[in-house]
Design a protein around this ligand. Structure first.
Ligand code: ACO
Length: 278
């Protein structure tokens, strides 16, 4: 086919509170071009505060999640424009990955197939990740002569052990979905035909939780990893107090339904957020 229009490089639909966002260049294995990166930022922007969206799932059209950066359009074509071209392209891709790392809504990577190199950015940016058992993950940079940049080296060392990250980056060998679970890249691996059902099940559970608490929780888990214990203890007090300024009734309702109404047990599930006042 002829080159896809920018607006068509990302597809999405909203179903039952879940935004299903897809890398949409299946004919190019969903590799990330500057057009796709710009479009993804617009889509994330549009969905972030849409009241119809409670959870965002990022997946890929066709056989690939994403084959990483577009070697032609992201590297060769922008490098031809000099430093300005390269830095501009980097800002666009790193920009939406960063946006996704700190997204207002919970995010789930649904890795349906190939996930290479630059794809580790959005993989890490998503709060949870589920993969097809046959999906393939690879830091293939070494295979074509560069280092795992764009955060990919950092993601590997964040998610798995030093030895595994080093082997993965130096050898350029892929791992499948099951191994990705063992290495900590994803939460679960399932047969491809069960993947969407499982991800939707997880999303529906998240939709029942207090959304202010979810945002505070996901940010906390990311932030405290780089803090000392004492700094984390302090940050978590401040983060909860800040969350209270947006939602001061939720936790009171949560306490009431457990202690007074005895209608649920926090150890076994979430309180009924529909009964919350304010
Ligand atoms: N950049 C540019 N074009 C790509 C990319 C990419 N990353 N990945 C796939 N394509 C293109 C191919 O050139 C081909 O284009 P064409 O139809 O115009 O010839 C088309 O997508 C289909 O790709 P095939 O290779 O034919 O698909 P196949 O299913 O056989 O293989 C695979 C899939 C293994 C993903 C292969 O395409 C591949 O190795 N892609 C590159 C993966 C990679 O190393 N990405 C870079 C990681 S490093 C980084 O992101 C910084």
């Amino acid at each position: 086919m002829t080159d896809r229009a920018e607006a068509d490089t990302v597809a999405f639909e909203i179903v039952d509170g879940v935004a299903w966002v897809r890398f949409n260049r299946p004919e190019k294995r969903n590799c990330m071009s500057p057009k796709l990166n710009r479009r993804m930022m617009e889509v994330l922007d549009a969905l972030e505060f849409d009241p119809a969206v409670g959870v965002l799932v990022l997946t890929g059209e066709g056989t690939s999640w994403t084959a990483g950066m577009d070697l032609k359009e992201y590297f060769r074509d922008t490098e031809a424009l000099g430093l300005k071209g390269s830095r501009g392209a980097q800002r666009e891709s790193y920009g939406w990955w960063r946006r996704l790392r700190w997204y207002q809504k919970p995010t789930i990577a649904m890795v349906n197939g190939w996930c290479f190199g630059g794809g580790y950015g959005p993989l890490f940016a998503c709060d949870l990740a589920f993969a097809a058992e046959d999906a393939q993950f690879g830091l293939s940079e070494i295979n074509w002569g560069i280092l795992p940049g764009g955060g990919a080296a950092k993601v590997a060392t964040e998610l798995t052990s030093f030895r595994r990250a080093m082997y993965h980056a130096m050898m350029g060998e892929n791992i499948d979905g099951k191994t990705a679970v063992e290495w900590g890249f994803v939460n679960e691996a399932l047969p491809l035909d069960q993947l969407k059902t499982r991800v939707n099940e997880v999303a529906q559970v998240l939709l029942k939780k207090n959304p202010v608490a979810l945002k505070a929780t996901k940010d906390s888990i990311r932030r405290v990893r780089e803090m000392t214990y004492d700094n984390a203890e302090d940050y978590l007090i401040r983060a909860q107090e800040a969350a209270n300024s947006y939602d001061n009734e939720g936790r009171k309702e949560g306490i009431k339904q457990f202690i007074d109404d005895k209608s649920y047990k926090p150890g076994l599930g979430a309180y009924d957020t529909s009964k919350q006042k304010g």
